[in-house]
Design a protein around this ligand. Structure first.
Ligand code: NAD
Length: 482
């Protein structure tokens, strides 16, 4: 099989690593290395940050107006739509995402660009009351400077645009370090950035693994680190940022509760719980991986959940009929299987799934059957640690207080779901749940307008919506004695 070769984007040029090193991108469906990508050296990262700094301080970008930036972002959005098929197919190849999940993604990605084009055009400062006669007091929002955007593999393009669009709308320059599992889709996006007409050095893409990310985050020329990934790495980045008080936003892991009350529309709740945990093969930060079910409907709900889960169609991610694809990489696959063993050893009951599918046609792929454990208590490791795979645990509860206690008994706080027909209960639960997003009678909804981010160890800061611009700007207060 022929492999493709990609280069990095630094200062408007496509470059190999300075020592010529590369690493492969492996298709998790067939185990084949299908592309080779540069493994950036510290010198390459320094070059990228230097280019971004130059572009920020004295290139044409430094003189662009917000309206010009809005025009560029709209062009970028149009190009994403024009190249939708290529972007979708690469994401399927590099991480096993389902074609049915990514085929229509370009519209959402483009809308993200259009929304932040609108934000660039919006009034961002304020006129303030003065205590002194003849004093004009106002604020302006200025770009922070050079932004390092470090992204994970599970949704490489969406999670990148959540950073890139507000950063560019505000006038920052950016060095992107995509995950080593999914670098190619980001490199293609870099090509579209160039085609849209962003000046050289405004957006740079360096590829590599953790050490490249650490070199970028630790670079003194970086003013802000925007990171999405695991809580473990997020904490390291917070320490690195603290040393020089670099600005930082962190979108981290979760172990989100999805809570089913006895007054819920149960068939609807079953579908919502399944979509909440098994979409993207369970590899979403907001996965509803702890399913809390009231004791009155526990057995009925679990029976329906297990029956439907066992019927989920596993297969080739490029087949539009497939409902569950592969895990993205070998290390993640091993981790998921390990957690299944941990859950069994801790006494959880395996109700369905729990290993590879038997189908010989799937033998080369990193497949894990959708798995449900019952009889789980919230102190088990399978209920406390993020698996990031197709594994749901069912935990029983007795009443609202019990549900809130279990739901909030976690170090995470990214998201929560509530299934009930009782409006007052929906409001009470929404108030009491310690999570950045709460969905009532739905799950996993996000869009460019709605802020997204975590409480507790799920992160710092918010992406999307008008709040996002605050993460990429400094406020300057101006006093003019007239
Ligand atoms: P990860 O933390 O292993 O890696 C994320 C990125 O950080 C990658 O680009 C990686 O190369 C880089 N990296 C690794 N070590 C680094 C270091 N020491 N310094 C700097 N960068 C480093 O995460 P992952 O496995 O790619 O992604 C899965 C995780 O991301 C899950 O925990 C998931 O919950 C989380 N996630 C969170 C959100 C959110 O919005 N809250 C969204 C998606 C994924």
């Amino acid at each position: 099989m022929s492999t493709e070769t990609y280069a990095m984007l630094i200062d408007g040029k496509w470059r190999d690593a300075s020592d010529g090193a590369t690493f492969p991108s492996v298709n998790p469906f067939d185990g084949q290395a299908w592309a080779h990508v540069p493994d950036a050296t510290p010198q390459d990262i320094d070059d990228a940050v230097t280019a971004a700094r130059r572009a920020f301080e004295d290139g044409p970008w430094a003189r662009t107006t917000p309206l010009q930036r809005a025009t560029l972002l709209r062009r970028f959005g149009d190009l994403i739509k024009d190249n939708a098929d290529e972007l979708a197919r690469i994401q399927v190849r590099e991480n096993g995402k389902l074609i049915r999940e990514v085929a229509s993604q370009a519209t959402a990605l483009a809308n993200h660009c259009y929304f932040f084009a609108g934000v660039a055009e919006s009034p961002l400062g304020e006129t303030l009351a003065s205590s002194v006669p003849n004093m004009q007091v106002f604020t302006v929002r200025e770009p922070i400077g050079v932004v390092a955007a470090i992204t994970p593999w599970n949704s490489p393009l969406a999670l990148l645009l959540w950073k890139l669009c507000p950063a560019l709308a505000a006038g920052n320059t950016v060095v992107i370090k995509p995950s080593e599992i999914t670098p190619v889709s980001t490199l293609v996006l870099g090509r579209l950035i160039q085609e849209a007409g962003f000046p050289d050095g405004v957006v740079n893409v360096v590829t590599g693994a953790g050490p490249a990310g650490a070199a970028l985050a630790g670079h003194h020329g970086v003013d802000k680190i925007a990171f999405t990934g695991s809580t473990a790495v997020g904490k390291k980045i917070a320490v690195t940022a603290a040393e020089r008080l670099a600005r930082v936003s962190l979108e981290l892991g979760g172990k989100s509760p999805n809570i089913v009350f006895p007054d819920a529309d149960l068939p609807n709740a079953v579908n919502g719980v399944i979509a909440g945990i098994f979409a993207a093969t369970g590899q979403t930060c907001m996965a509803g991986s702890r399913v809390l079910v009231h004791e009155d409907v526990h057995d009925e709900f679990v029976a329906a959940l297990v029956e439907k889960t066992a019927k989920i169609k596993i297969g080739d991610p490029l087949d539009p009929e497939t409902e569950l694809g592969t895990v993205a990489c070998q290390a993640q696959y091993d981790k998921v299987l390990h957690y299944i063993e941990v859950a069994k050893a801790d006494g959880a009951h395996l109700a369905t799934g729990g290993g590879r599918p038997d189908d010989p046609a799937l033998a080369k792929g990193l497949f894990v059957r959708p798995t449900v454990f019952t009889g789980v208590t919230n102190d088990m490791r399978i209920a406390r640690e993020e698996v990031f795979g197709p594994v749901a645990v069912v935990i029983g509860f007795t009443d609202e207080d019990d549900a809130v206690r279990i739901a909030n008994d976690t170090s995470f706080g990214l998201a929560a779901g509530v299934w009930t027909r009782d409006l007052a209960r929906a409001h009470r639960m929404t108030r009491r749940l310690r999570a950045g997003s709460v969905w009532v009678n739905n799950y996993r909804k996000t869009n460019y307008v709605a802020p997204f981010g975590g409480f507790k160890e799920s992160g710092i800061g918010r992406e999307n919506g008008f709040h996002a611009i605050e993460e990429y700007t400094e406020v300057k207060t101006v006093w003019i004695d007239t």
